[in-house]
Ligand binder design. Structure first.
Ligand code: PAN
Ligand code: ZN
Length: 187
């Protein structure tokens, strides 16, 4: 019997993945054109400011049925005008595929929008577990002062449909109003 070390390791305190097969991607202010409500303010911010980064472990080919992918996302604290730094958000390409998110560190909000554009949000804090059903778009905003870290697990045939959100956005935005976060229907 062969006993092997795993190729990838997860630091369960920090949520960070290590290993040669881990993919890394970063989203800077300059990459997020038209994502935030105030595009003028976004354009005036330093383009190389990091908004979020994602580590991913894809042990099987993307699109393959039956596999699972694992991710670690970090959303940095900050705002564009009064809108919190957040992920672009997406539906899954394979529409009816679900996903788990769980929060490792920080404070934030998971914004969920169903196919009829109904919105709800779930508070994220260390240990919060979020089941994202199929057919539901998902986006994460950092409402805290430190980084927000969450891990995720999703099916390898889920895929990402960003176009729908690029074209129509979410029907509500998480804004800071009088020092408090509020989910505001598109203004
Ligand atoms: C996550 C997200 C990650 C970044 O791994 O892809 O948090 O968000 P965007 O993909 O919306 O930029 C996930 O939901 N995977 O399916
Ligand atoms: Zn997803």
């Amino acid at each position: 019997m062969e006993i092997l070390n795993t190729k990838v390791n997860l630091n369960i305190s920090t949520g960070r993945l290590t290993g040669e097969e881990v993919l890394n991607s970063k989203k800077f202010i300059k990459d997020l054109k038209d994502v935030f409500l105030n595009e003028e303010v976004r354009g005036s911010l330093a383009g190389d400011e990091l908004v979020y980064e994602v580590q991913a472990y894809l042990p099987v080919e993307e699109g393959k049925q039956g596999g699972l992918f694992f991710g670690n996302s970090t959303v940095y604290p900050g705002r564009v005008d009064n809108e919190y730094y957040m992920t672009r958000g997406h539906f899954h390409e394979n529409f009816d595929t679900a996903e788990y998110y769980w929060c490792v560190q920080g404070e934030g909000m998971l914004i969920l929008m169903d196919e009829d554009r109904n919105i709800r949000a779930e508070k994220m804090q260390q240990g919060s577990l979020h089941y994202i059903p199929g057919k539901v778009a998902h986006r994460v905003a950092n409402t805290g002062t430190g980084k927000l870290v969450f891990n995720a697990c999703w099916p390898s045939d889920a895929g990402h449909n960003y176009k729908e959100i690029d074209d129509h956005g979410f029907s509500a935005r998480l804004l800071e109003i009088n020092g408090k976060s509020a989910l505001i229907t598109e203004i």
